[in-house]
Design a protein around this ligand. Structure first.
Ligand code: GTP
Ligand code: MG
Length: 438
């Protein structure tokens, strides 16, 4: 199961990731002591647990994750991959790439006085990450209310309930089914409480629910059909021993060693000569797995992040334009009216492209979701509309209905997420040989 740790800057994501690795025996006591000394030298005493996940100098010096950290752990029941996303608003694109690989989101909230409030403000990343994760296909959330040990909290029931009461309506608004798909847990990532084992007796007598591991083990893996045509958006590529290796998550269908597939939008026919999961070579991968594939028949320069590896018989549509159902979130203060001609950056699966909303077809009533029979000239925060989006280049995407993970997107402008959407109808599919097909 692929977990992405999301949430506002300094909520404790990397600390929790580090603590999990410590609790599952992937990091030993001596290394922790070394990090304690290193963190002290940088006047970041409490940051030693985060150092397990934050491995580069910049991250350690500033105490902020930049690149999505990756780690693995196992419980008696399941094998997990942790994707530790950065919380800082400048690195939202990295967070998006991380969330695109995940099935379950661990939304980390700091319960410390003032910190929950800042993260949950307009423009705070608690909001933005929760919205983005949902759009990117993360349908289940474990909300860990962290730093419960902090002197401003001291495991107070009232604080935990305040976070739950304030967040729940917002998560519902993002599209999560809060009763079915969201769980709230009190923990201390720094102390390791409420994670591997249930809370020690007397720490929070008001909470009798599961610990984090228990809660994760109980989640059902997402139901994906292994019979669907294969789809794998590429996250990255590199060369090893002269061979091209691509990385990504299989979103639909199976892949087996020896398969012939297409790299889209270029239509390059490739052969899968090796499949790797973590350190192991495997013969086949099911949908929903993070894997690496060794390809023959393609040069490294011919593949990019955002391309899609797919079934040669049923390739993914390549488009320059599409119609979409758009939900406008909070617009920028100085652009509070959204009209045709609005330019933004589109993020869909692992691809990013500049785009323009060229037509507002009609608006839908946000409550009833029924079309409003009136000419639509502009949209405001909270509006829902069917629109046409034109891309600056070509992109591989699918109807949301057919492949949700390849059919939902976000629009960002000036570093803020302003809208989320679902692809209704791909348009302007260029034919082979036409401009735009390459
Ligand atoms: P970014 O990667 O920058 O988004 O931050 P992050 O969410 O990864 O937070 P990080 O783990 O770097 O922790 C930020 C600060 O919060 C550090 O000083 C941690 O020691 C502190 N912290 C994290 N978890 C806890 C906790 O459970 N209790 C207390 N008291 N402090 C915590
Ligand atoms: Mg971090």
């Amino acid at each position: 199961m692929n977990l992405v740790f999301i949430g506002h800057v300094d909520a404790g994501k990397s600390t929790i990731g580090g603590q999990i690795l410590f609790l599952t025996g992937s990091v030993d006591e001596r290394l922790i002591q070394k990090y304690e000394r290193e963190a002290k030298e940088k006047n970041r005493d409490s940051w030693y647990m985060a150092y397990i996940m934050d491995t580069n100098e910049e991250e350690r010096a500033k105490g902020k994750t930049v690149e999505v950290g990756r780690a693995h752990f196992e419980t008696a029941k399941k094998r997990y991959t942790i994707l530790d996303a950065p919380g800082h608003k400048n690195y939202v694109p990295n967070m998006i790439a991380g969330a695109a690989q995940a099935d379950v989101g661990v939304l980390v909230i700091s319960s410390r006085k003032g910190e929950f409030e800042t993260g949950f403000e307009r423009g705070g990343q608690t909001r933005e990450h929760a919205q983005l994760a949902k759009t990117l296909g993360v349908s289940k959330l474990v909300v860990v209310v962290n730093k419960m040990d902090d002197p401003s909290v001291l495991w107070a029931q009232a604080r935990f309930e305040e976070v739950e009461t304030k967040l729940s309506p917002f998560l519902k608004q993002c599209g999560y089914n809060v009763k079915r798909d969201v769980t709230f847990l009190p923990i201390s990532g720094l102390m390791g409480h409420g994670m591997k084992d249930r809370l020690p007796e007397g720490m929070a007598p008001w909470y009798s629910g599961p610990a984090l591991f228990e809660c994760l083990d109980a989640l059902e893996p997402q139901d994906r059909s292994p019979d669907a045509p294969f789809r794998m958006p590429l996250i990255d590529k590199y060369k090893e021993d002269g061979k091209v290796i691509v990385m990504g998550k299989t979103e639909a269908g199976m892949v087996r060693r020896g398969d012939s597939l297409l790299v889209m939008p270029n239509r390059t026919l490739v052969k899968v000569s090796g499949i790797f999961r973590d350190a192991d070579e495997i013969a086949a991968a099911r949908p929903g797995e993070n894997i690496r594939l060794r390809l023959t028949g393609v040069e490294e320069e011919e593949v990019s992040a955002g391309f899609v590896l797919c079934s040669a018989l049923h390739p993914v549509p390549v488009v320059v334009e599409f119609d979409a159902l758009l939900s406008v979130l909070e617009l920028l203060e100085h652009k509070s009216i959204f009209t045709a001609g609005y330019k933004a950056v589109l993020h869909i699966h692992t691809a990013t492209e500049e785009c323009e909303v060229t037509m507002l077809h009609y608006q839908l009533d946000p409550k009833t979701k029924l079309p409003i029979k009136k000419k639509c000239l502009f949209l405001k925060s909270g509006s829902i509309a069917l629109v046409r989006i034109q891309l600056a280049g070509t992109l591989c995407l699918e109807r949301f209905k057919d492949y949700p993970q390849l059919g939902r997107f976000t629009l960002r402008d000036e570093g803020r997420t302003i809208a989320i959407g679902k692809v209704e109808k791909p348009r302007g599919q260029p034919k082979v040989g036409e401009a735009g097909a390459k």
